[in-house]
Design a protein around this ligand. Structure first.
Ligand code: ACO
Length: 328
């Protein structure tokens, strides 16, 4: 009997039309293109239209991934949406997507693991495919972060953007597919390092002014240090668990938070920046959406092809982290 694995058979993404450049931000807060580019690498970001919800972005990306996989929505039996900016608390964004793309016979749920959420979702899909209970799982990362930034706070509003990316995970022949992964979380880190209280049941162990509940607040330096130390570590762990070395890898696709975090990871791993895919200059930080959007962009630019071995690495609020190696 031919052994089988779980692997990605379709990729899609959706970016809203509106683009906000650093020059546009100069008119909103006391900042400069030079500061934003030198400190973060970001040049522009996409911004969702007022009448778009996260599920709209997610639905566009999911449909493209399903078409790319040469499947129909009716073939999908599980919809996973990773997001920290859901349409609402109830119902889940995944059920809204299910309705919008007419996936009639499926279970659907959201996961909240911030910028690690998409990779968490891939590992869930992998296990359901491998144990034979699901055939085709669509895993989506989707965010409208610009709706949750304080446009008076120059330390955060310049960093984030909107978008969605999606993949279809199905059965593939061995030699391809999702390999070793590493997931982690540390809830002991201070919440104020990165949080968005929103309308959650939060009972106030960290004081939050009423007007700051619906915006992302962050200790940029603490998150920066975390990113610099965790990114090379999780890449190595996914490689070890896949019995691969960095030389076997065509491309590393990290969470797109800050070019300096990626450069530091490259240095620690002893590899050139050409091993890393970067699109944060064009997309900014789209949290759970950043890795699948980067996969879509990398493939469109010819930097990612079927048969390539790659590593994905995400890290973010929680704190959480997640990595996985795979052969496309
Ligand atoms: N424009 C101009 N000046 C600014 C801006 C801005 N947009 N923002 C901050 N400054 C100023 C500060 O006020 C400070 O001025 P001061 O020295 O007079 O006090 C100065 O620039 C330096 O600020 P720092 O915070 O020290 O700048 P730093 O080099 O640390 O860069 C940054 C800040 C870009 C936020 C960096 O810390 C970072 O990228 N951190 C990680 C952020 C991140 O990855 N977050 C998300 C991960 S999780 C997720 O994706 C949901």
């Amino acid at each position: 009997m031919v052994k089988k694995n779980a692997g990605i058979i379709g990729i899609g993404a959706y970016l809203p039309d509106k683009i906000l450049t650093n020059a546009d931000l100069e008119k909103i807060v006391d900042t400069s293109d030079e500061w934003i580019v030198s400190r973060s690498g970001i040049r522009k970001r996409h911004v969702a239209d007022a009448n778009e919800a996260t599920s709209d972005l997610a639905a566009h990306a999911a449909l493209k991934a399903i078409q790319d996989a040469q499947l129909n929505p009716s073939d999908i039996d599980m919809v996973i949406v990773a997001t920290i900016t859901p349409d609402m608390m109830l119902p889940s964004t995944a059920t809204r997507v299910q309705r919008k793309i007419k996936v009639t016979n499926a279970c659907a749920f959201d996961i909240v693991a911030a910028c690690s959420g998409f990779v968490y979702g891939l590992t869930i899909a992998k296990n359901f495919i491998l144990n034979g209970t699901m055939k085709n799982v669509v895993v989506i990362g989707a965010e409208i972060l610009t709706r949750y930034v304080d446009w008076n706070d120059r330390t955060t509003c310049v960093l984030f953007g909107d978008g969605a990316g999606a993949v279809v995970v199905s059965t593939v022949n061995t030699g391809r597919g999702l390999l070793g992964f590493h997931l982690g979380a540390d809830g002991n880190t201070p919440m104020k390092w990165l949080m968005l209280p929103g309308s959650g049941s939060f009972n106030g162990s960290v004081s939050v002014a009423e007007n700051r509940k619906n915006v992302i607040t962050m200790d940029g330096k603490a998150i920066f240090k975390f990113g610099v130390s965790i990114l090379p570590d999780i890449i190595n762990r996914a490689l070890e668990r896949s019995h691969l070395t960095v030389n076997d890898i065509r491309l590393i696709i990290p969470h797109q938070a800050n070019i300096r975090i990626i450069e530091a990871a490259a240095k620690r791993l002893g590899v050139g920046m050409n091993k890393f895919y970067v699109n944060l200059d064009q997309r900014a930080n789209t949290s759970a959406a950043s890795i699948p959007i980067a996969m879509f962009d990398a493939r469109n630019e010819g930097k990612l092809q079927n048969g390539d071995a790659i590593v994905l690495g995400g890290f973010g609020g929680g704190l959480t982290w997640a990595s996985i190696a795979l052969v496309l």
